[in-house]
Write a protein that binds this ligand. Structure first.
Ligand SMILES: [Zn+2]
Length: 242
């Protein structure tokens, strides 16, 4: 949780402030215009402030949950501690706020995530999961940032594909566990993801219906920055394994 709060605080601070290396901000601002210039470096800076090894998304410190409560807490924790998952679910909720299908889009995602976890448990390997997950954060950030977004059915289709990969990654933390903690884990990550998506949905609806019509696009740019940073890190790890 501490992780999560500090992440959110950093993103908030990054959005507002000037402490994000002015030189880089200035250069990007010139190239892409003011808004893009602050948002993307802010997202990246927020990430750089956090030590985020990509597999450190396990509240139990890598130990398999044994009880129902442990499984549930582990499931609740994973999408929050994992900033890539968190950024994606927030993007999804905001996208739902400006899409005709509304909250059905995140529902498609969480259902697909359960299937993805099932695939992992069935020992089916989805290739390049980390890369696809990082790419999904960048991609959904871009969808949010766009003025003309694709139709809901297309967004839902992409959310389903992303869900399979995020779910596959969630499966990592529970692989080999007993049925009870396993079911609790599935319930935990489904509940928290829906809760986060609904919260983002309502914030998105409120703000876009009032004066702040560009809010969703700005948030999309921050999420792009987070996705880009994850993508770069994952690519580096693939090219130069430690
Ligand atoms: Zn994860």
């Amino acid at each position: 949780m501490k992780y999560c709060f500090s992440a959110l605080r950093s993103i908030g601070a990054g959005l507002r402030s000037n402490w994000v290396g002015r030189g880089l901000v200035g250069a990007i601002r010139e190239a892409f215009g003011n808004r893009l210039g602050t948002s993307i470096p802010a997202g990246i800076a927020a990430l750089l402030l956090l030590p985020l090894p990509s597999l450190a998304h396990h509240p139990m410190g890598g130990r398999l949950p044994i009880t129902f409560a442990e499984g549930f807490l582990s499931g609740l924790g994973h999408p929050v501690i994992g900033l890539d998952h968190l950024a994606f679910v927030v993007a999804l909720g905001l996208l739902a706020a400006v899409s005709a299908w509304g909250i059905r889009i995140p529902v498609v995602f969480v259902l697909a995530a359960m299937v993805g976890t099932g695939l992992h448990l069935a020992e089916v390997t989805l290739p390049l999961a980390e890369l696809v997950i990082a790419g999904s954060v960048l991609g959904f950030g871009l969808l949010l940032a766009l003025k003309d977004r694709p139709q809901s059915a297309v967004v839902a289709g992409l959310a389903a594909i992303a869900g399979l990969f995020h779910g596959f990654a969630y499966g990592e933390a529970i692989f080999g566990a007993q049925t009870m903690p396993l079911v609790a884990y599935l319930a935990g990550f489904t509940v928290i993801q829906i809760a986060i998506a609904i919260a983002a949905f309502f914030v998105g609806r409120q703000l876009t219906q009032r004066t702040n019509a560009v809010f969703v696009q700005r948030a999309g740019l921050v999420i792009c920055g987070i996705g880009a940073a994850f993508l770069a890190t994952t690519l580096l790890e693939t090219v130069l394994p430690v």
